[in-house]
Design a protein around this ligand. Structure first.
Ligand code: GUN
Length: 281
């Protein structure tokens, strides 16, 4: 039986550590503020934004919400970002993605000051990660590193296979594992012999976007399996990219869905907000 990596518990631990830090900063007269911008009212985005605001309230970070109508122009959004970049009272700026189609997402990401880029999506943040300079790291991969470290899973010298090459998860994940001295292989939809490569992994990180695709036949005995996916199955139950029932008996450690990677993303966003305020010193 695999050890269950409990993201709910670990994220709570991180949020409690941050809460203490924030309260110490407050005692020195420093209030931390995150600006959260949502354009339009996509229901999934509204849930994510609501959860981010809730986490801020728990930790003691002020959240400044911008709920903008669907028709907001790119110029209007860029102008709000410019004001927030210049506002010393704001430490982090987050534009919930996706933005409506008439707004160029890349332009918006590029407009956020790298000093306030708590999502870690700005090219300067990504470049800094790539060459090992300090900067903000995308929250989901940063959360996975915390899950591994806090579950005492060794990374150094291990073969880590990442399935997925998105800018938000796969690529930064691979760079972070490399920074931790893993030997890293990146696989994706065009990879040949995916199963054979996955079978070599000591740590298998799955961000493929296909419900329950990875079963026990992809997993080496005793491997650590991290599941980034979140879907609803035929019975409307939440599931990941990994077929948990199949993999759990062969894995050494595994994240559940829900309660694995998901809760870590917001915890790391909160961590980045606190870092943004601390770096200002
Ligand atoms: N949409 C889905 N995930 C994210 C995220 O991590 N940050 C932002 N800004 N938008 C998202």
């Amino acid at each position: 039986m695999a050890k269950l990596i409990n993201g709910k518990e670990i994220s709570q631990q991180i949020k409690d550590e941050l809460k203490e830090k924030v309260s110490a900063l407050k005692a020195q007269g420093k209030n931390i503020c995150l600006a959260v911008i949502q354009v339009g009212n996509d229901p999934a985005s509204s849930v994510y934004v609501g959860n981010k605001k809730k986490a801020c309230a728990y930790i003691g970070i002020e959240s400044r919400a911008f709920e903008l109508p669907e028709e907001t122009t790119e110029e209007e959004l860029l102008s709000i970002i410019k004001d927030l970049n210049e506002d010393d009272g704001v430490h982090g700026i987050l534009v919930q993605l996706p933005v409506p189609k008439h707004i160029n997402e890349e332009k918006i990401i590029n407009a956020i000051s790298p000093k306030k880029d708590v999502d870690g999506f700005h090219p300067e943040s990504v470049g800094s990660l790539c060459i090992g300079r300090p900067g903000f790291v995308s929250c989901t991969p940063a959360g996975i590193i915390q899950l591994l470290k806090r579950s005492e899973i060794d990374i150094e010298g291990k073969h880590c296979v990442v399935i997925g090459r998105s800018n938000i998860v796969g690529k930064p994940m691979a760079l972070l594992m490399l920074r931790e001295n893993a030997t890293v292989t990146i696989c994706h939809s065009r990879t040949k012999n995916l199963k054979e490569i996955c079978k070599e992994a000591d740590i298998l990180i799955v961000a493929i976007g296909k419900p329950k695709m990875i079963d026990a036949s992809y997993v080496k005995d005793g491997a650590t399996v991290i599941d980034v996916g979140i879907h609803r199955d035929a019975n409307n139950k939440l599931c990941g990219d990994v077929d948990f029932a199949s993999v759990e008996p062969v894995a050494g450690a595994i994240t559940p869905v829900p309660g694995g990677v998901g809760p870590m993303t917001i915890a790391m966003l909160m961590n980045n907000c606190v870092e943004a305020a601390e770096r200002e010193e």
